[in-house]
Design a protein around this ligand. Structure first.
Ligand code: 0RA
Length: 450
């Protein structure tokens, strides 16, 4: 027995051909969560939140949403609410099913009906909210749109009823509440700290979007839940300042670069501190690329080239008898490189290295253009950076000399020097570098006062 609902032929079981395909997809996610969300541990659990958050952030990046609220509910479920346009709820002609239902139940249904609004999809895996749905014992979608409140609930990804109107709405937006399936995940307890870190990071990466985190499990004496707001007006500039807040900066303000080319958005902030470590963090579509990739490579290439060109042009490297190497340009450097790429490509399985070949040149261009201008306009800062680079090269060279000397002596004496001799030498060098730093720092801070 069958009847026609919308355009879909329904079987007696209540599922049409399309729906059966959908169920197979959702079942695949439940059978192999590892393939879709990277496992069943706490990391995978929090991956679900990221997946839901990404959709709201996308809506914000498309310019339709200013606020995204994340709430850990008292019953342990999690809600993400945004004030975007709301997921469309109308019936799609081809499938005869509601667009909302398709988004919630079809794997990869993300932006099928509006490619532009999903120009840059945050989801690294692109698995989308349907995976979250499949892995939830209960998911509730509530959409405010066209003056109405629409609602649909799902269990293990399967709709419990057709999209219905439950009231009137003055605003627009999307609210997703999900209860992760305790029969799948090792733990279903959301960690405040994990969400806090991610949401804070998202607020820096997506400036001028207000993000909040509320924990209804954690009430104070007055009964108010733990609640934090994250909002960054200057994005990566504040991110870099935050990362370097325990270090002594060489620049009053970080250098900021923003550009768009061929649909690729580039945002970079960098500063130098008195330390010796290199701190470069790169992101592709809001996801940290631990191993860097083409965007980090393009950035490094540009700073090496442009600081070198400037120093050469100004004759600042003239007295330097030694070669300056790439790493010398990155000592005491803290930088964030964030790119938004329409079709991100990643190295193999790990997905922590961006590989789109064209992105290297786009980042290098953007960084190069701004640096050239910055160095011309800010000769004092330019000199500070070049001095830092010279010092790095000098110290590296001296360390190499010391090492060679120890090795030579070791060869000459045959039995070798005591093992700790090299360590002593390195300690001396470190100290030498540090004290010469104080010199430059003093000059900088004095210049700052004048
Ligand atoms: C596609 C089209 C439209 C909205 C969205 C997607 C949308 C998706 C999500 C997911 C979470 N929050 C969201 N907000 C919006 C709207 C198209 C239109 O109104 O013309």
């Amino acid at each position: 027995m069958s009847e026609i609902i919308g355009n879909e032929v329904m079987t007696a079981s209540g599922y049409g051909a399309d729906s059966i395909q959908t169920l197979k997809g959702l079942e695949a996610v439940r059978v192999r969560p590892g393939m879709y969300v990277g496992g069943t541990d706490t990391r995978a659990l929090h991956h679900l939140v990221n997946e839901v958050l990404d959709n709201s952030i996308d809506e914000a990046l498309a310019g339709y949403c200013t606020e995204v609220n994340t709430i850990i509910n008292a019953d342990g479920s999690l809600t993400v609410k945004d004030n975007g346009r709301g997921i469309p709820t109308g019936i799609q002609t081809e499938s005869g099913r509601s667009a909302l239902e398709l988004v919630m139940t079809e794997l990869h249904a993300g932006g099928k009906f509006d490619k532009n609004s999903y120009k840059v999809s945050g989801g690294l895996n692109g698995v989308g909210v349907s995976c979250v749905n499949a892995l939830s014992s209960l998911l509730i979608a509530e959409i405010h749109r066209e003056g109405k409140i629409f609602k649909q609930e799902y269990s293990e990804g399967k709709p419990l009823y057709n999209v219905k109107v439950i009231g009137e709405a003055q605003d627009t937006g999307t609210q997703i509440t999900f209860h992760p399936d305790a029969t799948i995940f090792e733990t279903v307890e959301f960690r405040y700290e994990t969400l806090h870190t991610r949401i804070k990071e998202l607020s820096y990466l997506n400036k001028r979007v207000k993000l909040t985190l509320t924990d209804m499990r954690n009430l104070d004496e007055e009964g108010n839940p733990k609640h934090e707001e994250f909002y960054s007006d200057s994005g990566l500039i504040e991110f870099v300042q935050y990362l370097d807040s325990t270090r002594t900066s060489l620049l009053e303000k970080p250098i900021y670069i923003t550009a768009e080319q061929d649909g690729v958005e580039v945002d970079v902030a960098l500063t130098y501190n008195t330390g010796f470590s290199e701190n470069i963090f790169s992101y592709a579509n809001n996801i940290q690329t631990q191993m860097g990739g083409v965007h980090a490579t393009g950035f490094k290439r540009a700073i090496t080239k442009h600081f070198k060109d400037y120093a050469d042009k100004e004759g600042l490297f003239a007295k330097l008898k030694i070669a300056v190497s790439g790493e010398d340009f990155r000592e005491g450097l803290t930088a964030i490189i964030s790119v938004k790429v329409p079709n991100p490509q990643f190295r193999s399985q790990t997905k922590d290295e961006l590989t789109n070949p064209e992105v290297a040149g786009i980042v290098a261009n953007a960084v190069g253009n701004v640096l050239t201008y910055y160095l011309e306009e800010n000769p004092r800062e330019a000199k500070i950076i070049v001095d830092k680079i010279i010092l790095a090269a000098t110290a590296r060279h001296a360390a190499k000399k010391a090492r060679e000397m120890v090795q030579r002596k070791t060869v000459l004496t045959g039995t070798g020097l005591p093992e700790n001799w090299l360590i002593v030498q390195i300690e001396i060098l470190k100290h030498a570098r540090y004290s010469s730093w104080k010199g430059i720092r003093g000059w900088n801070s004095q210049a700052g006062k004048r």
